[in-house]
Design a protein. Structure first.
Length: 511
């Protein structure tokens, strides 16, 4: 396939807000892919290079001078992929200049539209986490398969590119290979939100309420004597959490897949701040010293596999019974089954009193919906918070001169695949946070003017606020009242951010 076909499909997707039309454009492109082209084409349509980052930053990419462009599109899709393979392998002294020259050679053989696409692809400007959901539907349409089957394979297999290749080349039999597999992480189930326990009960009826812990999400796999621990972002963090490995290895079950959280506790049993827990997952670790200083305690709230039996499709109360049979009580999150709002509110209050974030209400009949924000899991917190994405930051003044201070905040827009700005905040930042974010945001820089640095939409921040109000100043028509930074969520990706629809619903506004 010509590279031009992918560029044109991407442009058509960007030009329409209709999910149906996006799906049709993508499906038409996917049908034209053959063999090895599928993985490459799907990667580009997702806005990423198959090779990942290839060592070319914004300045190098947009400072490239290819000496013009070609009038007729002649680049082949796999030819482009091979060029990036070559760029990725360049190393040693002078490698940055060599990579830039190689990119310039590729750009010189591209049309102006292809050049624009390639530059945005390399620096990550085409990244749209929400587009993956549309691509799942497009793969299903192109392969003439149920979207639910493709979605499930992607959730269990973890890589839509491979799933797309299997679906398009082999059909249903190809998808059948993607099953839950021990020692390979799956996407975690997420929770929607409610204002209080009574609202959650109104949606669920009788429900189980669990403490919502302010820790790090973990997924633990046990297969015989081998135990691996994965983060929310599916990174193997086993080395950082030997306490968890030792606990699970010592359990009677021969094979397990557990979902839970791990956190650092004070001597009185109250949780330490989230940032302290996350110190255990830093890049440079003296695990022994950190373990002595900040011991971690895991609490599990779900079980998806036990001794050869996959149970993720069974009802939540069945999975909890299996969890209770496999783990001691002190390794399970505190839980109460309630149908009375007063009883549920008392449990909620007890969680807050012990320093936790709130509760999660779960429908007793809920299956485990890997990778989805299920309607049968509902989190209840005492104050409004949202996970938003940093889109830009303004330079501070006065004592904040020299620091990037005022953050531009965006909510995820599933319809466009981009982000909608909701406002700005410079509140809640310590000097240490200001220093860190100034350095980090410049590493993610896309462009700047005298006042503002625009960045790749990758950093997720948890924002506390007092309410949502109508605003003509922002494209979403709403803004946050008294927004303030609570913390950076380096355990989350931009695709995990809250949606603009969720923000509007909090303020009672229709989308």
């Amino acid at each position: 396939m010509r590279f031009e076909a992918v560029v044109q499909a991407s442009a058509r997707v960007a030009d329409t807000s209709s999910r149906k039309e996006k799906t049709e454009h993508l499906a038409a492109c996917l049908r034209g892919l053959v063999g090895d082209e599928i993985v490459v084409g799907v990667a580009y349509l997702m806005g990423e290079l198959r090779q990942g980052r290839v060592g070319l930053g914004y300045a190098a990419v947009y400072g490239s001078e290819p000496g013009g462009a070609t009038d007729a599109a002649a680049l082949d899709l796999l030819e482009v992929d091979r060029a990036f393979d070559a760029i990725a392998t360049i190393s040693g002294p002078g490698s940055k200049s060599a990579k830039q020259r190689a990119l310039e050679g590729l750009l010189a053989r591209a049309t102006p539209d292809e050049q624009h696409f390639l530059k945005r692809l390399v620096v990550g400007e085409l990244r749209q986490g929400a587009l993956e959901g549309v691509l799942v539907e497009a793969v299903a349409k192109a392969a003439d398969l149920p979207a639910a089957d493709v979605r499930r394979a992607a959730m269990l297999g973890g890589d839509l590119k491979d799933v797309a290749a299997a679906a398009l080349l082999e059909g249903a039999s190809g998808l059948a290979r993607f099953r839950m597999q021990l020692l390979r992480p799956i996407q975690p189930m997420l929770a929607s939100s409610a204002g209080d326990a009574e609202e959650a009960l109104a949606k669920l009826g009788v429900a189980a309420f669990e403490w919502k812990l302010d820790g790090a999400r973990i997924q633990v796999h046990k297969d015989g004597g081998e135990v691996r621990v994965f983060s929310r972002r599916q990174n193997d963090v086993s080395r950082a959490v030997p306490e968890v490995v030792e606990l699970v290895r010592g359990l009677p079950a021969k094979s397990l897949l557990l979902d839970g959280e791990v956190l650092a506790l004070r001597a009185d049993g109250r949780p330490r701040p989230f940032q302290e827990t996350m110190r255990r997952f830093g890049r440079k670790l003296d695990v022994g010293a950190l373990r002595a200083e900040l011991p971690l305690t895991p609490f599990f709230f779900d079980l998806l596999h036990v001794d050869g039996d996959d149970v993720l499709d069974r009802a939540y109360d069945e999975r909890w019974a299996a969890l209770a049979g496999a783990l001691p009580e002190d390794a399970r999150v505190p839980r109460l089954v309630a149908e009375d709002a007063e009883e549920a509110e008392a449990f909620f209050a007890s969680a807050l009193e012990r320093g936790h974030e709130g509760v999660v209400a779960k429908g007793l009949d809920a299956p485990y919906e890997a990778g989805r924000r299920g309607a049968k899991w509902i989190k209840v917190k005492p104050a409004h918070t949202l996970d938003l994405v940093v889109l830009a930051a303004e330079w501070g003044s006065g004592r904040r001169r020299g620091w990037l201070s005022n953050l531009h905040l965006g909510a995820r827009d599933p319809k466009s695949g981009g982000f909608v700005m909701l406002g700005k905040t410079f509140k809640g930042m310590t000097d240490a946070v200001l220093e860190w974010q100034t350095k980090k945001l410049q590493e993610l820089e896309l462009a700047r003017d005298d006042y503002t640095v625009h960045v790749r939409p990758e950093l997720v921040v948890e924002i506390a606020f007092d309410g949502v109000q109508a605003s003509p100043h922002y494209p979403g028509g709403v803004a946050l009242r008294f927004a303030r930074l609570k913390r950076y969520r380096d355990d989350k990706q931009a695709a995990d951010a809250d949606t603009i629809e969720a923000v509007r619903s909090l303020g009672g506004f229709e989308g």
